[in-house]
Design a protein around this ligand. Structure first.
Ligand code: FES
Length: 109
């Protein structure tokens, strides 16, 4: 695993949540109540780029079909509205370790 420098903390705080390219991956970053989160930024349903942060629920919502993912675990917690019977237990997203270093967000891939 290697730590990758991404966007500045200021940029993340301004954006609320942001999908960024890190190496060959897209990672959705957010900071809620002082804690950083990082999970794969490509929706497991139909590959849309995440997403809209719902900080009070600690979730990110895919803007394509409204699937929701837990920022802590990456689990899908609400299915896409076009596939209400989707196997949510198989559609979770990978989470990553994340930290701030000298004003920038770093992700361990
Ligand atoms: S692509 Fe994300 S819910 Fe369909």
């Amino acid at each position: 695993m290697v730590w990758h420098k991404t966007i500045s903390l200021k940029a993340l705080e301004k954006a609320d949540g942001a999908s960024v390219k890190v190496g060959d991956e897209i990672v959705f970053l957010s900071k809620v109540n002082g804690k950083l989160y990082a999970l794969n930024g490509v929706c497991s349903h139909a590959k849309c780029i995440l997403g809209h942060l719902e900080p009070s629920e600690l979730r990110v919502r895919c803007v394509c079909h409204d699937a929701k993912f837990d920022m802590n675990t990456g689990k899908m917690v609400a299915p896409p509205f076009v596939a209400p019977n989707a196997p949510m237990d198989k559609l979770g997203l990978k989470t990553y370790q994340v930290k701030e270093e000298n004003g920038f967000i770093e992700v361990d891939l």
